[in-house]
Design a protein around this ligand. Sequence first.
Ligand SMILES: C[S@@+](CC[C@H](N)C(=O)[O-])C[C@H]1O[C@@H](n2cnc3c(N)ncnc32)[C@H](O)[C@@H]1O
Ligand SMILES: [Zn+2]
Length: 302
Amino acid sequence: MYPSAIAALLCPVCAESFCAESFRTQGPEHSPASAGTAAGSPALVCASGHTFDVAKQGYVNFLTGAGTSFLPDTAGMVAAREEFLSTGAYRPLADALATLVASKVSAGDLVLDAGTGTGYYLSAIQRAADVTSIGLDISKFALRRAARANPETVNLVWDVWRPLPIAANAVRAVVVIFAPRNAAEFARVLGPNSVLLVVTPLPGHLAEIADEAGLLGVQPDKQEALESSLAEFFTPVSHQNVEYYLLLGREDVARAAMMGPAGHHLDPEVLRARVAFLPEQTTVAAKFRISAFSALPAAHRQ
Ligand SMILES: C[S@@+](CC[C@H](N)C(=O)[O-])C[C@H]1O[C@@H](n2cnc3c(N)ncnc32)[C@H](O)[C@@H]1O
Ligand SMILES: [Zn+2]
């Protein structure tokens, strides 16, 4: 894991920092919060001694014992997302986002991917820009895959609606791709000359399969809703639409349905029966918007 990204973390228990050296092989003397941890397993240890084990897949769970009322993506939803993304269907979006991030950051800057999922977009960003990164997600199923995809990234199980375990002004770019946005916390962690990039679907995205796949529609006023939800802390700077057509087989349609919010409610058997009525391949519009925002100076906040 990137030492400079570890240095930007704050302990979720006491808000002390973790020095880069705290990521080390942990001996039995560091026992209080980690009883039962085998000696020699890696952990993050804060300045007060709170210890967070690094899971064998490489992510760190900061939500230990805290519990949360938000619904994490399930193993099935995460598997569908990874399979769908591995077809390259959203590669043009990943490339456009990565190019944009690369144009806004300098070497060594820290990028935060909030709701990183399987880490697909962060992989593209790291191919395009020489940055360090933190990925947050509430789903440990997602982070298992993200940690495999991006082994240098600090991948943290965390609820984005809680205060982020990251120091103020430590981050140069926050990216949020189809995931929840905590404007106040994003503004706190972003430093001067930094950027918030939000990816949302545009009206008409996957419209050709919305019914069969039981997808939740995109409201026409989504952009205004996005801007007003951030307005207290951010001002819009620019946006870029990414639009193209995809040829999706029935399995891809089923995965597209399972990987989104509708996946929480869909029965895979019912879904399979429904997509069986589709032609073997369907041409579908992919329509996204990448919106860039800059944080308002504290004095200008409403
Ligand atoms: C639709 S997925 C998008 C994942 C990824 N950005 C992508 O596009 O591949 C939404 C992600 O947000 C995560 N998520 C939902 N609520 C969250 C919360 N309160 N805190 C952190 N992550 C959350 C989910 O677990 C899921 O991985
Ligand atoms: Zn601590």
